[in-house]
Design a protein around this ligand. Structure first.
Ligand SMILES: Nc1nc2c(ncn2[C@@H]2O[C@H](COP(=O)(O)OP(=O)(O)OP(=O)(O)O)[C@@H](O)[C@H]2O)c(=O)[nH]1
Ligand SMILES: [Mg+2]
Length: 389
């Protein structure tokens, strides 16, 4: 192994940036470029030294360096990207290979004895989860969950039928779709004809005034988003410009652009909340609305339930929820429906799920395998395969 360094903090200017240096020569290299200026001058495991980084002629920055073992050092420098670049260049001149934060974490984790690939992936995925429930799901895959299931398959490979294993692999893949939404969050796009109450609904769900509400059609031009918790789900709600068949003539270009964006956002949504005005006529269900939401997962919201109903909702397909975005009546029911829709209302956080594309691909192989050798090879790879980032 040689020595590697990665910028562990996000790109751009921040108050502090962190560069981690890991590998055989890290101690020697750190000693070459760093001069301690504080009361302590010798690195000890778990301790931090204050000092400066010098390129041999001048000081680059005042830093603190934490020692996490003889092979692992963390440089905390000022957040200016230029300083970060200069330190990385200096490390490069001393033979350090630059890698991404993820690649470095994999190298560090792989050094731990008896750690398996699923556990490394779990540690990497932990940093990206959006909810505590998501973090629990991933933590449960290290000893139990996916790791336990794959280990059981391998130890019982001579007694289990290939079909039994394939069925279980398929169940894991199915369950993982809900788990993914709990772990990494999901998007729900609020769409519908102009003036149906989309922005009022966003404000009601977000619990604050995020979007402007007026009785003028076409109020929302650009999209507005807000993230809110619905049980174990972290949902990014996106309020869009109303999908009108004929945009207002005077502002045609802006309007068309707004509607194009709405369509683009709709394409990526995990769920569409189609808001209709129950006090309006069926004319609001224009053709554009029907085609643009076709093939998507849709919950139809019959809004303005506080007003006398005119719309005949019997004909509308899919899930329907009647509510008043203005008074809040029925909104709790919508939240329950969204959770149920994603299967997140009663999900068992301890069950086996997959949470990386590598795992997904290998479970697909386990499912499709035609021989014991193929199954064994895919399961072994799942447990101990190489990570590629
Ligand atoms: N009575 C009643 N009025 C509502 C309700 N929801 C919204 N409204 C009213 O309907 C009008 C339009 O509401 P918005 O939330 O701006 O509608 P929108 O769908 O975002 O409109 P655009 O952005 O123009 O497409 C406002 O006057 C709201 O107060 C409701 O549940 N009941
Ligand atoms: Mg609006």
């Amino acid at each position: 192994m040689s020595t590697f360094a990665a910028v562990m903090t996000g790109q751009g200017t921040g108050a502090i940036s962190t560069i981690q240096v890991f590998g055989d020569k890290s101690e020697v290299i750190i000693k070459e470029i760093f001069k301690p200026t504080g009361t302590k001058s010798v690195f000890k495991d778990g301790e931090i030294l204050v000092g400066s980084i010098n390129d041999g002629t001048e000081t680059i920055d005042q830093v603190t360096i934490g020692c996490e073992g003889t092979k692992n050092y963390t440089i905390n420098c000022h957040g200016n990207p230029l300083i970060v670049e200069m330190i990385m260049r200096l490390l490069g001149q001393h033979g350090v290979e630059p890698v991404t934060a993820e690649q470095l974490l994999i190298k560090i984790l792989s050094m731990e004895e008896s750690i398996n690939t699923i556990a490394i992936e779990a540690k990497l995925a932990q940093t990206k989860t959006k909810t505590a429930e998501g973090a629990k799901i991933i933590a449960n895959q290290i000893e139990g969950g996916l790791h336990k299931k794959a280990t059981q398959w391998l130890s019982n490979i001579n007694t289990l039928s290939l079909e039994e294993i394939a069925i279980e692999a398929e169940q894991i893949l199915d369950r993982s779709q809900t788990a993914k939404l709990i772990m990494y969050g999901c998007t729900a796009v609020i769409t519908g004809p102009p003036n149906s109450g989309k922005s009022t609904l966003l404000n009601q769900l977000a619990g604050k005034q995020k979007a402007i509400v007026t009785d003028i059609e076409g109020t929302t031009r650009d999209w507005v988003s807000s993230t809110c918790r619905m049980g174990s789900l972290c949902v990014e709600l996106i309020d869009t410009a109303g999908l009108d068949e004929k945009p207002a003539v005077t502002t045609e270009d802006i309007e068309k652009d707004a509607q194009k964006r709405t369509v683009a956002i709709l394409e990526k949504a995990d769920l569409v909340l189609l808001v209709l005005d129950i006090s309006g006529t069926t004319e609001q269900l224009n053709k554009g609305l029907v085609t643009k939401t076709a093939g998507k997962k849709v919950i139809t919201i019959l809004n303005k339930s506080d007003l006398p109903a005119k719309l005949d909702a019997g004909e509308l397909p899919g899930e329907k929820v009647q509510l008043s975005a203005k008074t809040g009546d029925g909104v709790e029911n919508l939240i329950k429906q969204i959770q149920q829709f994603h299967g997140a209302d009663d999900s068992d956080l301890e069950q086996a799920v997959c949470f990386t594309s590598r795992q997904k691909q290998l479970l697909g192989k386990v499912k499709e395998a035609k021989s014991k050798e193929e199954t064994t090879s895919a399961i072994t790879e799942l447990l101990n395969g190489q990570l590629s980032v």
